[in-house]
Design a protein around this ligand. Structure first.
Ligand code: ADP
Ligand code: MG
Length: 664
C-alpha cells in the first residue's frame, strides 16, 4: 500500500475545536462512543460468522480491551471485530463522519452551548478529539486478502494513511491525550467512566493498566486451566493448632491441610455484564435477581417494594425494569432515576422527553434500540414515536398497579402509603393514567380500612350523597373525628401535601363528587332539629357578647343544639374558603400566620346544650365572661388550625389564670 496524505475535505477551517466545544458537554463520553463502536464491530462479525460469511478461529474469544498508560498518556481501545479496509476507513472515517460533522455544525452553530445533544450524530468516532491531540487507527478487515491499515490524524484537517502491522482482524484505536484529559488514562477514573456508560454493553470489556506491570494471583493448582499462565507452583503449609488433651498434655492438630498452589498471571475480569437482567425473559428472573440488580445499579440497599418488567417487541422494541422504591419522606424529596439505554449502551439519566415525568420518581432502566437518538432533546419532545413509547410505559405501570389492586389487594394496601404519592402525582400529570387509576385509588378510613372511591361513597350514601369527608391531621381534628365516629359517619385520612391538588383533580373527573374536610360544616347528624326562631334570641345575645369579648367585629356566630352536650364551641370553615386560603398560602405565602386571612368564611359554632355556653348567654356582663369567651374561641380554633405564637401565648396565660380563679 502506498503512503497517502489526504485532506479531510471540509470547507471550514479546523472543525475540531468546534466539535470539542459543541458536541458533548461531558468529555468522558468519548469512552462510550469508542467502546460502543468496538462492540458494534464485534457484533457485526459475530453475525457474519453466524450466517457463514466468515469463518472465525475456533478459539476466538470476542472482547474489547482497554489499555491505559498514565505514564505515556495514552488509551488504547482494541477489538477483534469486523475491522476496516482502506476503502472503508476512507468512507466511514474520512468522509461519512465528516458529512455528519457538517450537518451537525449546520444545525447547531446558532444554538446555545447547553443544548445538549444525546447520542451519536454519526460523530461518535470524532469524539476522540475532545480528549486527544492525536488519534491513530490500526485495523485489519476480516475480508479475505485485506491489507492492514494505519490511519493517523492530529486533530487538524489532514490525515495520513499507510500500511499497518495488524495481523488479526479487528481495530485498535490509540488516543494520545491532550493536556486537559490526562485523567482519563488513570485506572480509577477510567473504570468510573466505563462503569457509567459501558456496564451492560453486549461484549466483555477488559481494562488493564499498562503501567502496573504484571499482576498475579494465587489459586489452588487444581483450578488452573489451559488459559492461565502459570508462573510458579508451591505448597502452602497446613494450618495447625495446639490443643490441650484431657490428660493435660498438648497435641498439634491440622486445621487446614497443606495444599498445592499455583501463582498465575491475574485472570482478567470483565467490567461489564453482557446479559443485563432486562434483556432476559421475566420468566427467567427470580425475585432475588431483581433485587440484586437493583442494588447493583442504584446502590440502594433498601429493598424495592416491587417492580415491573417491560418486554415488548412490537410495534417497537422496548425492554426495561421499573422499580418502586421504598420511601418514607414527603413526596417532594422522592428522587428516582430512570436510566435510558440504547442497545445496552447507556445514553443518559432521566430524559424527560422520553420518560413520562411522574415515572422519574421511580428507579429503573429502559432500553429502547429504536429511539432516534441522533436528534436534539427538543426534537425528541415533538416526536410522535417517542410519545408512543412514553404512553406504552405509562399504560404498563397503570396495568401493573390496577392488576395488583384486583388480585393482590393485601400487598397493594401494604404498599399504599409508599406508592400513593407517586400514583397521585401521576394522576395529576397524566390524564390517561388518571383515567386508568381512578377506580384503584384507595383511601384509608377512620377504622384503618382501605376503600375505593366507590366504597367510600357507599358508606355515607344515606345522609351525604356524593360526599367524602376527610381528615388532614388526626391529632388536631380529633374532636371532629370523635363526633363523626359517634354518629357513625365515615371519613378518610388524607395527610399528604399532594392530597389537596389530587382531590380537586378527582372532583373534576368524577361528576358531583365532593370532598369535604371534616370541619367544613356541621352536618344535621350532629344536631337536634330546631325551629327557625328557637335559637334566634340566644344567637343574637351570644354573637354580641363574643364579638365584644374578642374584639372581632366580623365574626360569624352560629348557635346549634349539638347532640353531644360536652362540646362547647367549634370552628367550621367552608371547604371552598379553606381551599382558597390553602392555595394562597402555598403560592409564596407559606410560613405566614395561618390566621392572617382573618375570620374569612369561618364560623364559630356554639352549642346551646352546653352549660358554659348557657352561662355566657345569661351573663353577658359577668365578671369572667370575657375570659370564658376568649377561652372558648381558642379551644375551638385549636381543633381547626395551629394557633399563632401570640394566640398560643395568650391561651396559656389565660389557662393559668383560670386555674388561679378555680383555686381561690
Ligand atoms: P456510528 O457509530 O454512529 O456509525 P461513528 O463515528 O462512531 O459513527 O463511526 C463511524 C463508522 O466507522 C462506523 O459506522 C463504522 O463503520 C466505523 N468504525 C468505527 N469504529 C470502528 C471499529 N472499532 N471497528 C470497525 N469499524 C469501525
Ligand atoms: Mg459509533
Amino acid at each position: 500500500m502506498s503512503k497517502e496524505h489526504g485532506n479531510l475535505s471540509i470547507n471550514s477551517q479546523n472543525i475540531f475545536p468546534i466539535i470539542k466545544k459543541w458536541m458533548y458537554s461531558d468529555h468522558d463520553i468519548f469512552y462510550r462512543e469508542l467502546v460502543s463502536n468496538a462492540c458494534d464491530a464485534i457484533t457485526k462479525l459475530k453475525k457474519l460468522s453466524m450466517i457463514g460469511e466468515y469463518e472465525a478461529p475456533d478459539d476466538i474469544e470476542y472482547k474489547v480491551e482497554i489499555k491505559l498508560s498514565a505514564k505515556d498518556k495514552t488509551i488504547k481501545i482494541i477489538d477483534n471485530g469486523i475491522g476496516m479496509t482502506k476503502e472503508e476507513v476512507d468512507e466511514y472515517i474520512n468522509q461519512i463522519a465528516f458529512s455528519g460533522a457538517e450537518a451537525f455544525l449546520e444545525k447547531y452553530k446558532d444554538k446555545a452551548n447547553d443544548d445538549q445533544i444525546i447520542g451519536h450524530f454519526g460523530l461518535g468516532f470524532y469524539s476522540a478529539f475532545m480528549v486527544a491531540d492525536q488519534v491513530t487507527i490500526d485495523t485489519l478487515s476480516f475480508k479475505d486478502g485485506a491489507e492492514s491499515v494505519h490511519w493517523s490524524c492530529d486533530g487538524g484537517t489532514e490525515y495520513d494513511i499507510s500500511e499497518g502491522t495488524k495481523t488479526t482482524p479487528g481495530t485498535e484505536i490509540t488516543l494520545y491525550l491532550n493536556e486537559d484529559s490526562y485523567e482519563f488514562a488513570n485506572e480509577y477514573k477510567a473504570k468510573e467512566v466505563l462503569d457509567k456508560y459501558c456496564s451492560f454493553m453486549p461484549v466483555p470489556i477488559f481494562v488493564t493498566n499498562e503501567d502496573a506491570g504484571e499482576q498475579t494471583e494465587e489459586i489452588p493448582e487444581e483450578e488452573v486451566t489451559e488459559k492461565d499462565t502459570v508462573l510458579d507452583t508451591f505448597i502452602k503449609d497446613a494450618v495447625t493448632e495446639e490443643v490441650e488433651k484431657e490428660d493435660g498434655t498438648k497435641e498439634t492438630v491440622e486445621k487446614v491441610p497443606a495444599k498445592k498452589m499455583a501463582k498465575i498471571v491475574k485472570r482478567p475480569v470483565a467490567i461489564n455484564d453482557i446479559h443485563p437482567l432486562w434483556t432476559k425473559h421475566p420468566n427467567e428472573c427470580s425475585d432475588e435477581d431483581y433485587k440484586e440488580f437493583y442494588r447493583k445499579v442504584f446502590h440502594d440497599y433498601k429493598e424495592p417494594l416491587f417492580w415491573i418488567h417491560l418486554n415488548m417487541d412490537y410495534p417497537f422494541n422496548l425492554k426495561g425494569i421499573l422499580y418502586f422504591p421504598k420511601i418514607n419522606t414527603e413526596y417532594e424529596s422522592i428522587e428516582g432515576t430512570i436510566k435510558l439505554y440504547n442497545n445496552q449502551v447507556f445514553v443518559a439519566d432521566n430524559i424527560k422527553e422520553v420518560i413520562p415525568e411522574f415515572l422519574l420518581l421511580l428507579k429503573g432502566v429502559i432500553d429502547c434500540p429504536d429511539l432516534p437518538l441522533n436528534v436534539s432533546r427538543s426534537a425528541l419532545q415533538n416526536d410522535g414515536f417517542v410519545k408512543k413509547i412514553s404512553d406504552y410505559i405509562t399504560k404498563k405501570v397503570a396495568d401493573k398497579l390496577s392488576g395488583m389492586c384486583k388480585t393482590d389487594k393485601e400487598n397493594y394496601e401494604k404498599y399504599w402509603d409508599d406508592i400513593n404519592p407517586f400514583i397521585k402525582f401521576g394522576c395529576l400529570k397524566d390524564e390517561k393514567f388518571a383515567e386508568k387509576m381512578n377506580d384503584y385509588i384507595i383511601f384509608k378510613n377512620l377504622d384503618g380500612k382501605y376503600l375505593t372511591l366507590k366504597e367510600c361513597l357507599e358508606e355515607n350514601k344515606e345522609k351525604h350523597e356524593n360526599t367524602v369527608f376527610y381528615v388532614t391531621d388526626e391529632v388536631e381534628q380529633s374532636q371532629y373525628i370523635n363526633m363523626f365516629k359517634n354518629e357513625g359517619i365515615d371519613a378518610v385520612i388524607l395527610t399528604h401535601n399532594i392530597d389537596q391538588p389530587f382531590i380537586t383533580n378527582m372532583e373534576s373527573k368524577n361528576e358531583n363528587l365532593k370532598f369535604k374536610r371534616i370541619d367544613a360544616d356541621l352536618s344535621d347528624s350532629f344536631k337536634e332539629e330546631t325551629s327557625k326562631d328557637e335559637l334566634k334570641d340566644m344567637t343574637e345575645k351570644l354573637s354580641k357578647t363574643f364579638k365584644d369579648a374578642l374584639g372581632k367585629e366580623n365574626l360569624t356566630v352560629n348557635v346549634e343544639k349539638l347532640n353531644d352536650s360536652s362540646i362547647s364551641s367549634m370552628i367550621t370553615l367552608s371547604e371552598e374558603s379553606r381551599r382558597m386560603q390553602d392555595m394562597m398560602k402555598m403560592y409564596g405565602m407559606a410560613g405566614m400566620d395561618p390566621n392572617m386571612f382573618g375570620a374569612e368564611g369561618q364560623t364559630l359554632v356554639l352549642n346551646a346544650n352546653n352549660d358554659l355556653v348557657k352561662y355566657v348567654a345569661e351573663h353577658a356582663d359577668g365578671e369572667n365572661t370575657k375570659i370564658i369567651c376568649e377561652q372558648l374561641y381558642d379551644l375551638a380554633m385549636l381543633s381547626h388550625a395551629p394557633l399563632s405564637p401570640e394566640q398560643m401565648t395568650g391561651f396559656i396565660a389565660r389557662s393559668n389564670k383560670i386555674m388561679e380563679l378555680l383555686a381561690k
